[in-house]
Design a protein around this ligand. Structure first.
Ligand code: GDP
Ligand code: MG
Length: 439
């Protein structure tokens, strides 16, 4: 999102008021960005309308540039689109509380059942029971049993002979007898939504009367996830959504549309394959992530406009692989100097605004000269591998550049943090590569 937005926003910087033309242009970009992120088109339409209404004629707050102001509106609306924070799980007045997990095959039901049981026990001090109701594949029962064993959480299973409705009912009786207070029912899925599956799930629902029905959807499937959610919800009236594989989702399309389409809250987010990688879903954090992700790309885009194409490509590659060295840094600084106000550019570097040293510091060109001097006092080896740096090397560099050692240290630290940030960003954008290239 941000890569598109930021370039538009840059154009607005420096204006006292957001004009109608600005808003129009920005709205166009927001619309394209959302569609590219695989957000449902109806959702996009409503969203853009809202942004327009709020942004037209917005007086600029003293502390914000018009661009930032618009970003703020977009972020607030993105957050609203994904709903409030709702990771609470129902508690039945008469235990056990029954949670039914539904979703397509491979969405992550079995894994998430385990994660949820783990969370309930760890965070809420509950005693959960896992129930194996996917009776179509022997491997599915084994899988849940393995998960249970790994976590030390009991699993109720009766092989693959019985029908899932009976297994679920017996499991609840079993939980009562054993004084277990949560029953998590792992059901079967199919590759696609089909009537048999819906029939079976409807039957289970009617017989066990669950307190929660969580639909598990794979965030990486984007728009498809939204269609799936719509179907499951209209048949089963789900109570919440768990978005899995958010660790691999680079676009956020499913997260953005599901809530708006189903009006059901996204309760949890799966952030990895491990059984402790389930988090409460935070709409605001997700909005920041969606907006923040593009910083590197927008920097690169800006670079592409100003620097020759090949260099920019190399830079991009280096940022992605985090093999960025001080030589690249120096190289980049030379080119960057012709591109505009420095603090604006630095603000686009991943995490630059979060770096302690940079925060609230006005960056002027004098400082740039100092940074250059420090880097130029490094040996070739040191520039390639800052890990070499020790006290005597730092002393030598400080002397050579005529800067205090504290400044050398600060630069090293900032560089290090920047690299970490790049690594993180490139991890998050893994799937994005080659997907889109703005012309
Ligand atoms: P089910 O068919 O719906 O029961 O899906 P499974 O629980 O068997 O999960 C399918 C695959 O997705 C497995 O390989 C899981 O490890 C993987 N998976 C589930 N949740 C996540 C997640 O949040 N992140 C990642 N990266 N993988 C996940
Ligand atoms: Mg399964």
């Amino acid at each position: 999102l941000a890569d598109r937005l930021q370039s538009t926003i840059k154009k607005m910087t420096g204006k006292g008021k957001v004009s109608e033309q600005d808003v129009k242009e920005m709205a166009r970009e927001v619309r394209l960005a959302l569609l590219e992120a695989d957000v449902n088109f109806k959702v996009v339409k409503d969203f853009v309308k809202k942004i327009k209404e709020r942004a037209v004629g917005t007086e600029v707050m003293e502390s914000l540039t018009p661009g930032q102001q618009v970003i703020k509106i977009v972020k607030e609306e993105l957050t609203a689109l994904m709903g409030g924070e709702q990771s609470k799980i129902a508690v039945s007045e008469r235990p056990p509380t029954v949670i039914m997990m539904v979703g397509l095959q491979g969405a992550g039901k079995t894994t998430t059942s385990g994660k949820l049981a783990n969370l309930l026990r760890k965070k809420h001090n509950r005693k959960p029971l896992l129930v194996a109701c996917d009776v179509y594949r022997p491997a599915a029962v084994d899988q849940l049993e393995t998960v249970g064993k790994q976590l030390g959480i009991p699993v109720f299973s009766q092989g693959t002979e019985k029908n899932p409705v009976d297994i679920a009912k017996e499991a609840i009786e079993h939980a009562k007898a054993e004084h277990l207070d949560y029953v998590i029912v792992d059901t079967a899925g199919r590759l696609h939504v089909d009537e048999n599956l819906m029939g079976e799930l409807t039957q289970i629902k009617a017989d066990i009367n669950p307190d929660e029905i969580f639909l598990v959807v794979d965030a990486m499937t984007g728009q498809d996830a939204v269609n799936v959610a719509e179907t499951f919800d209209s048949t089963l009236d789900i109570t919440g959504v768990v978005l899995t594989k958010l660790d691999g989702d680079t676009r956020g399309g499913a997260a953005l549309s599901i809530r708006a389409v189903t009006h059901k809250p996204i309760k949890f987010a799966g952030m990895g394959e491990k059984l402790d990688e389930l988090e409460a879903f935070h709409p605001e954090r997700m909005a920041s992530r969606i907006l923040g992700m593009g910083d590197v790309l927008s920097l690169i885009e800006k670079a592409q406009d100003n620097i020759d194409e090949k260099k920019a490509k190399e830079l991009e590659q280096k940022m992605r692989t985090a093999s960025f060295t001080f030589d690249d840094f120096l190289d980049q600084m030379e080119q960057v100097k012709s591109m505009g106000p420095l603090d604006e550019l630095l603000g686009m570097l991943p995490g630059a605004n979060k770096m302690k040293g940079l925060k609230n510091v006005q960056i002027d060109d004098k400082q740039l000269v100092h940074v250059e001097a420090i880097i130029q006092s490094m040996t070739k080896k040191e520039r390639q591998d800052p890990g070499l740096m020790n006290a005597s090397r730092k002393k030598r560099i400080a002397k050579g550049s005529g800067r205090p050692i504290s400044e050398v240290n600060r630069l090293l630290k900032q560089f290090d943090e920047m690299k970490k940030m790049m690594k993180q960003m490139s991890g998050m954008q893994g799937g994005k590569k080659g997907k889109k290239k703005k012309g």
